[in-house]
Design a binder for this molecule. Structure first.
Ligand code: URA
Length: 481
């Protein structure tokens, strides 16, 4: 019997395993004839002198395996189980030798075992995606840099990377774990050695921000400590700023529920339209920069957006323009109104005598929502529920900017500013938005959708005329103030 000994490197050695399997299959090496060792597991043979008899996998033809087998291999290689490579090779061998549909046999002990390993890895990946928290760290170049520390159960760091690259493309970040680290510089991902949490990572403003956000979204009536621990195991708590608040919040929950019930009983019959918002109002950010840090770190309500697009413009702007949500270009660049609709708006503002740089530009919803279609990302309008979710942020922004006049561009902005559905064409013109003098007009993307011709030119002229009124109203409000 020829014994093949395969040595793989520590961690998830996808490339080494693939190469070895190709060589072993080409050499007709049955699973019982192969001894697998990996850098992360002690070898049964200790300092054995068994020779490494690995056929040259690079020269062997690629294997044709069912896709489900390939996916299972990708995941299970990330598991810490020392036997993972041996089990996977057994599976591959059997699939290639007459049992092509083996994975469908859930009662098969090998399939069952691999399914458990697969599940554990996927769960670990989910935890990492959900529980990584970035913190600001001083950057020697004076820029913004974010670091997170996380302890996965398995070797999933590289498998988790695409998720973070996609979501935090515009940030410079590192994720440090005891099994490896990831570093993203806005262009390139580098995989580095294991890391340990360094002292200075505690106590910054970001931790406080997360804690506040978590506390304000925490619903005391739904407290279920067992479920919380199952979903967010204690081992992750050390690296998650919000968890410092959990024991106290659990303790205070009954009293907070009582207070909520009493408050509800005393309230008018109409339910508050913004319960979550009211709950969050207890922890208002102190500055616009604090608010923006909170927005930037909050995940999109509908996953997919590259980043939150924050409001832009001077804090003392006289006019605030509120759009619907960032579009494709805005999502990529991280700035509001830079795509086609934004360019049209900028042109119309200039024609109306409004300096865009002196205005505050923002959106009702801070993340781009889209449906992928081939390589394109097709804009999807936010639902009323989504607008409501983001409304608190918009209101807080306006509280800091304190513009003389707020312009709602289109129905979504008008909904966010009034809390009710608004027919833009019927209510176009001056409006009251609670604490703010307001103005309702069309969204520039409406103008872009009109077929070229007389009608479109007229609609654009009306839009510019609206913006002239906006300029005059803001001037008048200054004169009157
Ligand atoms: N449309 C909007 O409503 N906002 C933007 O930032 C861009 C397009």
């Amino acid at each position: 019997m020829a014994l093949h000994r395969v040595e793989l490197v520590e961690g998830a050695d996808h490339a080494g395993f693939r190469r070895a399997v190709r060589g072993l299959v080409a050499a007709g090496a049955a699973p019982d004839d192969v001894l697998w060792t990996a850098g992360d597991a002690p070898s049964l043979f200790g300092g054995s002198t068994l020779p490494t008899m690995l056929p040259d996998g690079d020269a062997a033809p690629p294997l044709s395996l069912p896709r489900a087998v390939g996916e299972l291999v990708e995941a299970v290689v990330c598991h810490r189980e020392p036997e993972r490579y041996a089990l996977l090779y057994q599976l591959i061998w059997r699939v290639l030798h007459g049992e092509r549909y083996l994975l469908g046999h859930h009662g098969d002990p090998l399939v069952h075992r691999l399914a458990l390993l697969n599940k554990a890895v996927r769960r670990d990946l989910h935890k990492m995606h959900a529980f990584v928290r970035f913190r600001d760290v001083p950057d020697p170049d004076g820029g913004e840099r974010f670091v997170a520390f996380f302890e996965p159960d398995h070797f999933i760091v590289e498998a988790a990377a695409p998720f973070f690259v996609e979501r935090f493309q515009s940030m410079i970040w590192s994720i440090l774990t005891p099994v490896g680290s990831l570093h993203w510089n806005r262009r390139e991902l580098t995989v580095g050695p294991p890391a340990v949490m360094s002292e200075g990572m505690e106590g910054d403003a970001v931790l406080a921000g997360w804690r506040r956000y978590y506390e304000s979204t925490f619903n005391p009536a739904r407290v279920n400590p067992t479920a919380m621990r199952a979903e967010m195991p204690k081992k992750y708590w050390a690296n998650m700023p919000e968890t410092a608040s959990i024991p106290r919040m659990i303790q205070e929950a009954p009293a907070r529920v009582r207070a909520m019930v009493e408050q509800e009983a005393a309230a008018p019959i109409r339910r508050s339209p913004d319960k979550a918002v009211a709950a969050m109002a207890t922890s208002r950010p102190a500055t616009l920069a604090d608010l923006n840090a909170l927005i930037r770190r909050s995940p999109p309500l509908v996953p997919g957006a590259t980043q939150a697009v924050l409001g832009e413009g001077p804090e003392e702007a006289a006019i605030a323009f509120v759009g619907e949500q960032p579009g494709d270009q805005e999502d990529v660049q991280g700035r509001p109104f830079v795509g086609p609709a934004g360019q049209l708006l900028t042109r119309a503002m200039a024609e109306a005598g409004i300096d865009r740089d002196a205005a505050y530009m923002t959106n009702a919803v801070k993340h781009f929502k889209f449906k992928p279609q081939g390589k394109r990302r097709i804009h999807q309008s936010p639902t009323a529920g989504e607008v409501k979710h983001y409304r608190w942020w918009l209101m807080e922004e306006l509280r800091f900017v304190r513009p003389r006049l707020v312009v709602a561009l289109g129905a979504t902005a008008a909904l966010a500013l009034t809390g009710r559905s608004v027919s833009v064409l019927r209510e176009r013109g001056p409006a009251g938005f609670g604490d703010w003098d307001g103005f309702v007009t069309v969204h520039p993307s409406y103008l872009l959708r009109l077929p070229d011709g007389e009608g479109a030119r007229g609609a654009y002229g009306d839009f510019v005329a609206d913006l002239r009124r906006v300029r005059d109203l803001a001037e008048g409000l200054r004169a009157g103030s």
